[in-house]
Design a protein around this ligand. Sequence first.
Ligand code: MN
Length: 518
Amino acid sequence: MEKVKFFDTTLRDGEQSPGCSMLATEKLTLAKQLERLGVNTIEAGFAASSPGDFESVRDIGQQIEKSTVVSLCRASKNDIDSAIEALRDAKNWGIHTFISTSDLHMKHKLQMEPKDVKAMAVAAVERAKKATDSVEFSPEDATRSDPKFLVEVLSETVRAGATILNIPDTVGYTTPDEMFDLITLLRNEVYNADKVIFSVHCHNDLGLGVANSLAAIRAGARQIECTINGIGERAGNASLEEIVMALKTRQEYFGFESDIVTEQLFPCSKLLSQITGVDVQPNKAIVGANAFAHEAGIHQHGVLKNALTYEIMTPQSVGIKSSNLVMGKHSGRFALGERIKELGFDLNDIDLNHIFKEFKRLADLKKQIFDEDIEALVTHGIGKQTDKYSLESLIVTSGTTAVPTATIVMTIDGQEIKKASFGDGPVDAALNTIKEITGMQCTLTSYVVKAITGGTDAQGEVSVGVEKDGVRITGRGAHTDIVIASALAFLNALNRLEMRKQGLSPATPLQKTALGGV
Ligand code: MN
């Protein structure tokens, strides 16, 4: 059976979604999970966009063994050279270069003549081809481009050495029938079309990203660009998990297989949510909280008798496990490490001593430790070694007649500082005190608290959105006490802002928007 290849752009296009920016350490953790998931290609970032992105692309290239790692580049000498520089020591790598081909973009965005656009595309592919065999070219806004011009540009880039032609529906404008026709036309008319791989990159502005991708496969595309949880610019990209499970569940209809290990889909989705602080909606296909929940009595009855009555695929096949009691206060460091490995994390990425300390603290507060609790400990622990701010102790008083007050001891670069302040509630008091201690002027843009597992002793997980100088960043914290969880989440956001300031993090959304992308 023929295979469809998966090109994941969660770390590049996905990261361009509002509030989804990730630190380099987080991107590396996610890249390793994408490799376990079996994606053929990981678009690690945009090397030329910032020194942080460059480092991150290089790190991922060097640490990923099986998947091909690529960097996006505009069709310019500088972008291509910086991608080559970042990736030259990678195990498997390629270059993805793009330029707009629609009249609208050429005239208003590029302010260039079509013939000059074509020349730039060819020059870019030639330059990339000198350094690597794997060169992908994308005519940005392809679905709104003149098909004749598209055929011309694509033919020239194939002559110049492009091995993958990616057709982006950059603004999510096309429909499945149109996509089918476009891929068919290009496969018939582009020079040496049978020697290259056709790929699509569909956005979801009309909710058609997945449908358009599947139509492209039927027309002959053999690579799909997509993201975990469908994150991406605006309404996002086609969602990887939905396309994978459509091909698998309806294999007799589509007739394709892929290298994706479907049991890693849910762990991947969860890791991404943990890192970005952005959850999928409950009714999200495949990975939403309700995707396999059967509320209606008649459905439950059917599912209990035979799951196939209302389930077209099993929760196990996408990696959803029911919560198991796994550990308690007597579990040791080794057992915890083993469990963390089973949950799909790489022990090299985390500070096990720190996680174990947190685990012991949690086990004292909460009798039963579930997989979800351990996952929260691990993901909240990523990058902790380099934190500037940390919480030592927190005392709050509040109640119907008391003025909410918080007394906080924290360290800044290892130096201890103590202060007390007020607020209109215990969370407000705690956050005000932290603001006073750190002197950080920032705005809280969102505040969400949820329980990680069931029960009144469950850990509360708080995610906060913080904005400073136009940069929006998410912080997360988990604790059985939600006031402490809130303080931890706020400090996590401040630490992430700090890392961004030190240039350890990717380009800001503003920098990225200026660069564009397919
Ligand atoms: Mn895109």
